[in-house]
Design a protein around this ligand. Structure first.
Ligand code: SF4
Ligand code: SF4
Length: 131
């Protein structure tokens, strides 16, 4: 009997309190500076090194160096931030807004310019063809 009374007290006190849940989507979600929303790529900074794809624990990223293609499957991404830490040219960033919702499991594709390696410096008296 005392258990029922305790339960009734909890229920009645809960009815007078404000809800602890966020009223999404009635109230828009709040995004903070460090919220993990989605991974973004700056193609101009990417050197197609493939480190992000190798370090991604879920295999969400694929990089094709020969075709200059960088892809992400957002349905596989768990927003761990590992790819951002791996990317030395800082081509990847964690944006604090969510990616647009989608019912299709499309793979997002970015074309990246294939950069040629810098030419070796030519020593005085040596022709560029010999190097
Ligand atoms: S945040 Fe994590 S899971 Fe998402 S793409 Fe980067 S490494 Fe993969
Ligand atoms: S996004 Fe960064 S880590 Fe990934 S392939 Fe491009 S340069 Fe390399």
């Amino acid at each position: 009997m005392s258990d029922i009374l305790t339960m009734c007290k909890i229920v009645l006190s809960s009815l007078r309190k404000k809800t602890a849940c966020q009223m999404y989507p009635v109230k828009p979600a709040k995004f903070y500076k460090n919220s993990r929303g989605h991974i973004a790529l700056e193609p101009a900074k990417c050197i197609l090194c493939t480190l992000c794809a190798k370090r991604c624990p879920t295999g969400a990223i694929e990089v094709d160096r020969t075709k200059g293609v960088w892809q992400i499957n957002r349905f596989k991404c768990i927003l761990c931030n590992e790819c951002v830490h791996s990317c030395r040219p800082v081509a990847l960033s964690m944006e604090n807004q969510y990616a647009a919702p989608s019912a299709n499991k499309d793979i997002e594709t970015h074309n990246v310019e294939i950069k040629k390696p810098a030419a070796k410096p030519v020593a005085p008296g040596e022709s560029a063809e010999n190097s």
